[in-house]
Ligand binder design. Structure first.
Ligand SMILES: [Zn+2]
Length: 494
């Protein structure tokens, strides 16, 4: 087996401390094709011992308790290469040993979450989203860690993320969270589009069913999203960014620490723009702008987050605004998107929208499969509509001096990776700061209660009205309404 170390260029996170070799937890991952399994070994630093091995209950971005202990097929504890007897733990995700150990070897079966494969083993493709595969010993989750993944057969799996013939992939980080949040794959073939935007490397990788795919077209869409991010926020919240484009893969997207995984079914890049922009906006909103409960990630205990509607619905709204600014949507199409989202919410939600608030939909998502919300109220759909309405109301309340962008930008400045994350009341405070006192009760009405949204009223205050599936200019709007509607979604006066 060729053990040449590669891939560090792309995946060098915050540097591991110079003398951290002693403290680094070493993970090795191998693969078996029949039956498909990943074989993972965790070795503690010399001299360290543990008694408990834990698998994650959930993974970042997929708000459902998958309990990955269920994917574990076998566990073996050793100390100085001698077997240590296992004691099954109290919960499905915890495994205890009778005595202390320094190494655990376990196998996991392929699994898929709501948005991505965690482990996919096909004849010519292995895809890994490590968050669902990597357990930890005692409290080493936040300890410097290193993962070396080794392809089963260099003849068949000749390419890794680095895009060069390799047989292994090494990820290093000062926490396991970052390693788990960096997908990688081994494949017999791959397409790659590379660019440097504002001195930061971006790449769009294509794997899976890539015949007939023009990767440059996908890369160009990704770059448009990244340009909008930089234009609005002023910096990139990552050292480099990768779009992992799995063609023919599970059709959903999942944000990651320095990139996103996309399940792509068409060869037409424009058809994927909505998904690409949504996942890209997560680089800012979710991966950087995060509530306290999600920083750091507690992979064993599920957190209660009341603003998932902001993290998903807000992201989806901003992604559409970005598509408009990038020239991929006309203003008419952007407004039609808002109208159709609102109407599908009314049509599909029925009574649920009169009984379950956005807060409830966010907090109780764990009780329902699907990671969309709770009780039939999607925090994607309603969260997007509410973000649009908050945007209009902030414009109105500030005489068109401010917009929802300002809330995003303030959160971005306040919640860096080194900070604990935002307080969940902060979004309301910022809406009031930029849109005036009226935004407080409006926020409460739309987020904290299940009352009907003041859709028609807020549209009119921004100079609009709805006509069938279109949002058009209202004839009876006042002067400020006319100014807002002509400048929306930007603030340039016409
Ligand atoms: Zn999302």
């Amino acid at each position: 087996m060729n053990l040449r170390l590669v891939g560090l260029g792309v995946f060098a996170f915050a540097a591991v401390f110079a003398n951290a070799a002693d403290k680094t937890v070493k993970y090795t991952m191998k693969f078996q094709k029949d039956p498909p399994l990943a074989i993972i070994t965790i070795k503690l630093p010399d001299g360290e011992k543990g008694t408990r091995f834990t698998m994650p209950a959930w993974i970042p971005g997929d708000y459902f308790a998958w309990n990955f202990g269920n994917t574990v097929k076998s566990v073996k504890f050793t100390r100085y290469d001698e077997d240590v007897t296992m004691n099954r733990g109290r919960s499905v995700n915890e495994f205890y040993a009778n005595e202390s150990f320094d190494t655990v070897e376990y196998t996991v079966t392929p699994s898929r979450g709501n948005f991505s494969d965690n482990l996919l083993i096909q004849p010519n493709l292995i895809f890994v989203n490590g968050a669902g595969l990597l357990g930890w010993i005692d409290d080493t989750y936040s300890q410097p860690s290193e993962l070396e993944a080794i392809a089963p057969d260099p003849e068949e799996f000749s390419i890794s993320n680095a895009g060069k013939p390799v047989s292994n992939q090494v990820l290093k980080s000062d926490t396991l969270e970052l390693i788990g949040d960096t997908p990688f794959f081994f494949s017999s073939s791959m397409l790659k589009h590379e660019s440097t935007l504002h001195k930061v490397d971006h790449q769009f990788l294509g794997f899976g069913n890539i015949a007939g795919v023009n990767i440059d077209e996908f890369g160009a869409i990704g770059n448009k999203a990244a340009e909008e991010g930089f234009k609005m926020f002023g910096t990139y919240p990552y050292k480099n960014y990768t779009f992992w484009g799995h063609f023919g893969g599970f059709p959903a997207g999942l944000e990651h620490a320095q990139g996103c995984r996309l399940g792509l079914w068409g060869k037409n890049a424009n058809d994927a723009a909505s998904l690409i922009f949504h996942e890209y906006v997560h680089a800012y909103n979710v991966k950087h702008i995060r509530p306290k409960q999600l920083r750091p990630i507690n992979a064993l205990n599920i957190p209660t987050v009341s603003t998932l509607w902001w993290l998903e619905g807000g992201t989806d709204y901003l992604a559409d605004v970005f598509r408009y600014r990038a020239g991929l949507l006309s203003k008419k199409e952007l407004l039609r998107e808002m109208s159709s989202t609102y109407n599908s919410m009314i049509r599909r939600g029925g009574q649920a929208y009169n009984t379950i608030s956005l807060r409830d939909s966010s907090e109780k998502v764990w009780q329902t499969r699907g990671s969309q919300g709770f009780g039939g109220v999607s925090y994607y759909t309603k969260g997007k509509v509410v973000s649009f309405l908050l945007d209009l109301a902030i414009r109105r309340g500030s005489d068109n001096a401010h917009k929802l962008d300002d809330v995003f930008i303030s959160l971005y400045k306040e919640t860096g990776l080194k900070n604990p994350g935002y307080d969940e009341g902060r979004i309301r405070e910022l809406c009031v700061e930029f849109g005036g006192e009226e935004l407080g009760p409006l926020y409460d009405l739309m987020v904290e209660t299940a009352q009907p949204l003041p859709w028609t009223e807020l549209l009119l205050k921004a100079g609009f009205r709805e006509q069938l599936t279109e949002i058009i200019d209202a004839e009876n709007s006042d002067a400020i309404g006319r100014i807002i509607r002509s400048s929306y979604p930007d603030q340039k006066k016409d």
